[in-house]
Design a protein around this ligand. Structure first.
Ligand code: SAM
Length: 371
């Protein structure tokens, strides 16, 4: 059997087979084993864990499963919804009601009265006519489910199947049309997903007290206290979460403009109207590269908050290749951390090769331990 190393847990791949953790695929997430390893390095096994970029709630669900208190924030309403739904307390009764509800869901087929729209293009472009209608119909239908937890499960199931039922793929930072891709009928994908989620609930894997999850910006002041943080910020790689997960976000909120609102709150790791800005001194030599200065300025604000909230923590980051230059994000963040009172060390790495034609540059992802 292949042995896994810490760096392999920087990705979501190992989590794909883990119940509940795998309810929503987020390419940028890490696996719960990473949280376990980080807490071991930090010598923390009780109390409260903070995650300022909680994403789909990997740290938060781990905390819940291990009897720890979780405090998580994210600027994405989608991420906060997914994390909350995964971390909710479900009873056997909820599982039974979900099964019953699913049976009645497709007994009569109706045309949708609501029309799903998205800021960047009309989503019907990426779905067959029938599938587009069924997505709109199901989105309206879940609103009417009386049991809120069952409604949450169904909505998460619907959001999670979009890539399977559409003619598109997520390719780095963009959504790309793939007319030749196979697309499952919504009804089949949805039923299969809900059945799997209910099976996880019946296996009774989610116990413990739920975390506190909030829609907030990690750069802003937060009145919180924790024993450690375990987190991974957006990378300096031009990925705008409001675009890559824009279809899911607009379907969740039923608001076309929700992606634009979120974009204005993200850590600036992608080109925006304000791509150049004052870089902290540790990143000064990269300040002429678009986004490098603003990214490190944002991350300094985040580190300052972390210093106030928790005495130690682990941060998984990726180094970047921009404008043909390798930017050692991990070393720069350690130096910024040192200036504001943290000691930092790289405790695990995953080497990567960046294909920036015509050259190939070695780069890496790292887990920084701050204390
Ligand atoms: C690398 S992902 C974190 C994934 C998480 N570790 C997990 O396992 O699901 C980074 C997250 O940061 C969020 N984000 C971006 N800017 C933010 C900000 N200013 N404050 C809080 N969260 C932010 C994104 O929405 C995204 O969910």
């Amino acid at each position: 059997m292949e042995t896994m190393e810490t760096g392999d847990y920087f990705t979501f791949e190992p989590a794909k087979g883990i119940p509940v953790h795998n309810w929503f695929y987020y390419k940028e997430a890490y696996s719960p084993q990473l949280v376990e390893w980080a807490l071991g390095e930090l010598g923390v096994d009780k109390g409260a864990i903070f995650d300022p970029f909680c994403g789909i709630g990997t740290t938060m669900l781990y905390a819940k499963e291990h009897g720890m208190r979780g405090i998580g924030i994210d600027v994405s309403p989608l991420a906060v919804f997914v994390a909350k739904t995964k971390c909710a307390d479900y009873s056997e009764k909820d599982a039974g009601e979900a099964e019953k509800e699913l049976k009645g869901m497709f007994s009569e087929r109706k045309e949708a009265t609501w029309n799903w729209d998205f800021e960047l293009f009309h989503p019907s472009r990426f779905f067959g006519k029938r599938n587009y209608n069924d997505i709109c119909y199901l989105r309206e239908r879940v609103e009417g489910i009386e049991n809120e937890k069952v409604g949450g499960l169904f909505l998460l199931a619907l959001l999670s199947i979009l890539p399977q039922v559409g003619f598109f793929i997520k390719d780095g930072g963009v959504l790309r049309e793939e007319p030749k891709k196979s697309a499952m009928p919504v009804k089949d994908a949805f039923k299969r997903k809900v059945k799997r989620m209910v099976a996880d609930l019946k296996a009774g894997r989610v116990g413990g007290k739920g975390p506190e999850l909030m829609l907030k910006d990690a750069r802003d002041f937060l009145d919180a206290e924790a024993d450690a943080f375990v987190t991974s910020p957006p990378y300096l790689n031009n990925i705008d979460y409001s675009k890559v997960y824009g279809l899911e976000l607009s379907l969740l909120t039923m608001q076309k403009e929700s992606t634009r609102i979120m974009r204005g709150r993200e850590v600036r790791g992608f080109i925006t109207g304000e791509s150049f800005g004052d870089a902290p001194p540790e990143a000064a030599e990269y300040s002429e590269i678009p986004i490098a200065g603003t990214y490190f300025a944002d991350m300094e604000r985040v580190l300052r908050n972390l210093k106030r909230i928790a005495p130690c923590g682990c941060m998984v980051v990726g180094n970047s290749v921009l404008g043909g230059r390798h930017i050692p994000v991990d070393e720069i963040l350690i130096r910024i951390g040192e200036r504001i009172g943290f000691e930092g060390r790289i405790a695990a790495v995953k080497e990567r090769v960046a294909d920036v034609r015509p050259q190939k540059l070695r780069t890496r992802e790292s887990a920084i331990i701050f204390g």
